[in-house]
Design a protein around this ligand. Structure first.
Ligand SMILES: [Zn+2]
Length: 342
């Protein structure tokens, strides 16, 4: 460590469980944060301040006013500018700790790209908001022997668990059946307070630090927290020998690949993501010109926002769009083909 690093991390190196040796390990570690929302933004900020040397920040979404109640780092300006969360987070981290290398990736994580996103990582942090992605993370991390830290929160409650390849249960052991999108409550429908996401994210980040420095104190239990009732509880989960992932090594989701085109319901009712299988580089300037004749258009280097009364959407450079105000998946697909038509 150089002099500046010795001073910056002094409060952490004097903490005997980390020490200078632990700090050196953090500085040379690579972590990926999947989803930079309520959990991921806190995790990314904590790991950046702690000196984890390389952070890959992956998120498909952009900053909105409704995020600011709980999502760390983001500002009203980020929301007004419509910045992708991965880009906004990387910009703020550069101001917080210029010694951290960030790799912001604006994309929808899927079976086609997840392996390349995790293969060179020392750890993956789950900041996602849905079961399908966690099941995919579980398969990819097991296949590549990358540890990951599950986290989830809703209302004033949350839970977290370390998933350590070759050691103990995996996410599929605790969730054998993956619920279908739209079949379970989300932050948009059931609400969430910013305090629980900060608590769960802080525990995830602490476990990440322990895993990265090789601490013997890494948790092997499933921890649940109910902040409203001040209840903390942890249980030991047994590995399911019949688990398709950690028991049998089957990677059904990875092997299924990416469908031709997909429409996915998002957290907010009436919101759908429409994406093409292969990312297409599109000319946002040309789209802005064309669409400005029929509605309000705002665009930055990363995305275009279009609003024409009941129909509104955000179009990303890779051809992906988040449609608002659609009645169902078929309607979202219709809006996409009418206005974007790729
Ligand atoms: Zn398992």
């Amino acid at each position: 460590m150089n002099k500046e690093q010795q001073e910056r991390y002094q409060r952490q190196t004097v903490f005997p469980h980390i020490g200078e040796a632990g700090q050196e390990k953090l500085l040379s570690s690579k972590a990926a944060v999947f989803g930079i929302g309520a959990l991921g933004s806190v995790i990314a900020e904590k790991l950046a301040r702690a000196g984890v040397g390389y952070l890959r920040l992956v998120d498909r979404d952009y900053v909105e006013l409704t995020n600011l109640q709980r999502q760390a780092m983001y500002t009203e300006k980020d929301a007004a500018d419509g910045l992708p969360k991965a880009v906004a987070a990387a910009l703020h981290i550069a101001e917080i700790n210029a010694g951290v290398t960030t790799d912001p990736v604006v994309t929808d994580i899927n079976a086609g790209n997840i392996e390349s996103l995790i293969a060179d990582m020392d750890i993956v942090l789950d900041g996602s908001d849905n079961f399908e992605l966690r099941a995919l993370i579980c398969e990819a991390c097991h296949k590549h022997s990358v540890p990951w830290v599950y986290g989830g929160a809703l209302g004033a409650s949350g839970a977290t668990m370390n998933i350590l390849p070759g050691d103990g249960p995996c996410f599929r052991c605790i969730t054998p059946e993956i619920p279908a999108p739209g079949s379970y409550p989300t932050c948009a429908t059931a609400g969430v307070i910013g305090m629980i996401t900060a608590v769960i994210a802080s525990i995830q980040a602490t476990e990440a630090v322990k895993i990265l420095i090789g601490s013997e104190d890494v948790s092997h239990r499933y921890l649940s927290v109910d902040l409203w009732n001040n209840a903390f509880d942890s249980v030991t989960i047994l590995k399911d020998e019949d688990c398709p992932v950690c028991g049998k090594g089957e990677y059904a989701l990875l092997e299924a690949g990416v469908p031709e085109d997909t429409v996915t319901p998002l957290c907010t009712p009436g919101s759908f993501q429409v994406s093409a299988a292969a990312p297409i580089g599109i000319d946002l300037d040309a789209f802005a010109q064309r669409l400005s004749a029929i509605g309000l258009v705002m665009h930055n280097p990363y995305l275009l926002r279009f609003d024409a009364g009941p129909v509104s959407f955000n179009l990303f450079k890779d051809g992906r769009a988040v449609i608002r105000g659609a009645k169902d998946e078929a309607h979202a697909r219709t809006i996409y083909s009418e206005y974007i038509g790729l």
